[in-house]
Design a binder for this molecule. Structure first.
Ligand code: OOG
Ligand code: MG
Length: 268
């Protein structure tokens, strides 16, 4: 087996069993090419089990995230239908190791995107925008990683939920919208969409560049998460998490960590 296949198998098992592993960089000198090859091999395993790719995500597009994790390059990960939750759905905390949650801007793509799309007007390549939440869960011990580690681990992607879509042409400028993350009705992070590359619309060109360089394809009808606008916060074992983006609306999930707490949640 090649190194990327070995790493992919270990990361896949870590995710499926919710048990953390050592950073792949602790065993070998892993470069960015091997890291993306590992991510592609990991996704190929999930697709072979019947999952479908539903989009891509960017990481470390904001200073808040880069500083929180000590990783300063923009990275790309892959989303599948098994990670998608409906707005308002319940997430089982036990399926994750040490999950965190963060507010995101989601784009619905109107066209296939590759390196040549970088110069096209956004209105031609984006159909709609929505507030979103991402649950991240590093498969590495202590939620610590190098750039190559986190790329190999599919950029910590665990789950995502998308709120109501607004047609891109109706959404207006998105370069400075207030973002708020609430846990059980209490504000736990605030920021602005301006934190995402200065304007989250720049995520499209950034994704096009990374796609060309690292073997991804962005397809019409799939989603792009532009990256968190604020630092991530720990996912509560049991509670309600909501994100609001001014002018775009609100999106939320509930969490539970066992049958009893789910029953309590449903009785509320
Ligand atoms: C990596 C994923 C980063 C974002 O929105 O910046 C990311 C991590 O923080 O574990 O998803
Ligand atoms: Mg994210």
């Amino acid at each position: 087996m090649t190194a990327d296949a070995v790493f992919a198998a270990a990361l896949d098992t870590a995710q499926r069993t919710a048990s953390p592993i050592s950073q792949v960089s602790s065993a070998a000198d892993v470069g960015l090419d091997t890291a993306y090859a590992t991510q592609h091999a990991l996704i190929a395993r999930r697709v072979a089990r019947g999952e479908r790719i539903t989009g891509l995500k960017l990481g470390f597009t904001s200073q808040a995230k880069a500083q929180q994790m000590g990783v300063h390059d923009v990275i790309m990960g892959t989303l599948t239908d098994a990670m998608r939750l409906d707005d308002g759905a319940v997430f089982d905390r036990r399926s994750a190791i040490h999950p965190r949650i963060e507010p995101e801007v989601a784009y619905l793509l109107a066209a296939d995107i590759d390196g040549s799309t970088a110069g096209r007007p956004l209105a031609e390549v984006v159909a709609a925008v929505a507030p979103a939440l991402e649950i991240i869960d590093s498969r590495y011990r202590d939620f610590r990683f190098s750039l190559a580690d986190v790329v190999a681990d599919n950029t910590s992607a665990a789950a995502y939920v998308i709120g109501p879509w607004t047609a891109f042409t109706q959404a207006g400028a998105l370069d400075n919208r207030a973002v708020q993350l609430e846990v059980d009705g209490r504000v736990s992070a605030t920021g602005s969409t301006a934190a995402i590359l200065g304007d989250p619309g720049r995520a499209i060109a950034a994704a096009a560049r990374l796609a060309g360089r690292h073997g991804f394809t962005l397809r019409a009808g799939t989603v792009l998460l532009a990256g968190a606008a604020t630092a991530a916060v720990p996912l509560p074992d049991h509670g309600v998490v909501e994100a609001t983006i001014a002018g775009l609306g609100r999106v939320g999930i509930r969490t539970h960590d066992g049958a009893d707490s789910l029953a309590q949640e449903e009785a509320r």
